[in-house]
Write a protein that binds this ligand. Structure first.
Ligand code: NAP
Length: 309
C-alpha cells in the first residue's frame, strides 16, 4: 500500500490514538508517527510501551513538519488544542480529529486553523470502556465505520488520503454532514450511554437497600449496562455538553416510549409488550447481518487478547 502521509502527529495518547498507532504500524501505512500528551505521566508510559516512534515534550515539536495531525483529546478540549498547534502547522497539512461529536468540534477547531491547512473532521465508531495509553490495540477499527466530515472546499485528494489511511487501519469509511452525524450518534451511542449511566445509578441507589445483591447476582442485562457506564467520565461529560440538542431530542422521545411501556405493564397489555419486543429484536438481527456484531452468546467473558503491533 502506498503511504499517503510521511509524517503523522497524534495529539493526546489515549485509547483511540494508541489504537491508531498500532493499526498504522500493523499496516505499514505511514512513515514516522510523533505523539504528544499533556501529562508527563502519559508521555512516560508511551515511551515505555513503544507507543509512537517519537514521543515529544511539546506540541510544537510533535506537529512541526507533520503531513497529518490528528487531535485525539476529549471533545471539550479540541478548541484549545487547535489554538496551541495552529502556529506550528506545516502549509498543506491535513488536520483531523476523532471526537465523538462533530458540529461542536468543527465550530471549535475551524476558526483557529490557518487558511493553508485542510480540516477533515472524523469519528471512528469504535471504542471500549477503557482509556489511556495502554488501552489501545491494532484491531479496534477492523470492520467498523469511520465517518468523515470534510470542511467545504477541501480538495478531493486530501479527503482520499485520509480515507485510504482509515481503510488501511481496517475501517469502512463514509462521509456525512456534521448535523446528521450528531443526530445518528445521538441515537446509536450518546442516548444509550446516558440510559446505561442512569440504570447503573439507580441500581447503585438500590444496592444500599439490597445490601450488595445487585453486584453479587448481576445478570447479563445489568452487566452490559455497567460495562457501558464504566466509560471515561471526562469524554462522556464532553459528549453530552457538546451534543445537547440531538441528545435532548432523543431523550424526549425515549421518555415518551418509556411511559407507553410503563402504561402497558400497568394495564397488563401483553400484546403491546410482545409486539414491541418483536420489533426491537429485528434491529439486533439487522446489526448482526450488517457485520457489526456476532450472534455468539456473550456473557461478558470471552475476550481475545488484542495485539499491540
Ligand atoms: P482517553 O483514552 O481518555 O485519552 C484522552 C487523551 O486526551 C489523553 O492523552 C489525555 O492526556 C488527553 N487530554 C485529556 N484532557 C485534555 C485536555 N483538557 N487538554 C489536552 N489533552 C487532554 O480518550 P479516548 O477514548 O482516546 O478519546 C479521545 C477522543 O476520541 C475523544 O474526543 C472521544 O470523544 C473520541 N472517541 C472515543 C471513543 C471511545 O470509545 N473511547 C470512540 C470514538 C471516539 P493525559 O493522558 O496527559 O491526561
Amino acid at each position: 500500500m502506498s503511504q499517503s502521509y510521511e509524517k503523522v502527529a497524534l495529539i493526546g495518547l489515549g485509547l483511540i490514538a494508541s489504537s491508531m498507532f498500532w493499526a498504522m504500524k500493523r499496516g505499514g501505512l505511514v512513515g514516522e508517527v510523533r505523539g504528544y500528551a499533556r501529562s508527563g505521566e502519559t508521555r512516560d508510559t508511551a515511551r515505555e510501551i513503544g507507543l509512537c516512534d517519537v514521543v515529544c515534550d511539546s506540541v510544537a515539536e510533535a506537529v512541526k513538519d507533520a503531513d497529518l495531525v490528528v487531535l485525539c483529546v476529549p471533545v471539550g478540549a479540541m478548541g484549545a488544542v487547535a489554538a496551541e498547534i495552529a502556529p506550528h502547522l506545516k502549509a498543506g497539512a491535513t488536520v483531523s480529529d476523532v471526537g465523538s461529536v462533530k458540529k461542536a468540534v468543527i465550530d471549535a477547531v475551524g476558526p483557529h486553523l490557518p487558511e493553508n491547512v485542510y480540516f477533515i473532521a472524523a469519528h471512528p465508531l469504535a471504542g471500549t470502556e477503557h482509556s489511556g495509553p495502554r488501552s489501545g490495540f491494532a484491531e479496534l477499527f477492523d470492520n467498523r465505520y469511520t465517518l468523515l466530515v470534510p470542511a467545504e472546499g477541501t480538495p478531493l485528494e486530501a479527503v482520499a488520503a485520509l480515507r485510504d489511511l482509515w481503510e488501511g487501519m481496517g475501517a469502512k469509511v463514509e462521509e456525512m454532514d456534521a448535523e446528521h452525524h450528531d443526530l445518528v450518534l445521538g441515537v446509536t451511542s450518546h442516548a444509550p450511554h446516558l440510559i446505561a449511566y442512569t440504570m447503573v445509578g439507580v441500581a447503585d441507589d438500590l444496592r444500599r437497600v439490597t445490601d450488595s445483591e445487585v453486584i453479587k447476582y448481576s445478570a447479563a442485562g445489568f452487566r452490559d449496562f455497567t460495562r457501558i457506564a464504566a466509560s471515561d467520565p471526562t469524554m462522556w461529560r464532553d459528549v453530552f455538553l457538546n451534543n445537547k440538542e440531538a441528545t435532548l431530542e432523543i431523550l424526549g422521545r425515549f421518555t415518551e416510549e418509556l411511559f407507553a411501556l410503563q402504561r402497558a405493564i400497568r394495564t397488563g397489555d401483553g400484546e403491546m409488550l410482545h409486539a414491541y419486543f418483536t420489533r426491537t429484536r429485528a434491529i439486533r438481527r439487522g446489526i448482526i447481518e450488517a457485520g457489526q456484531d456476532t450472534d455468539a452468546p456473550d456473557f461478558g467473558r470471552v475476550k481475545k487478547e488484542p495485539s499491540k503491533s
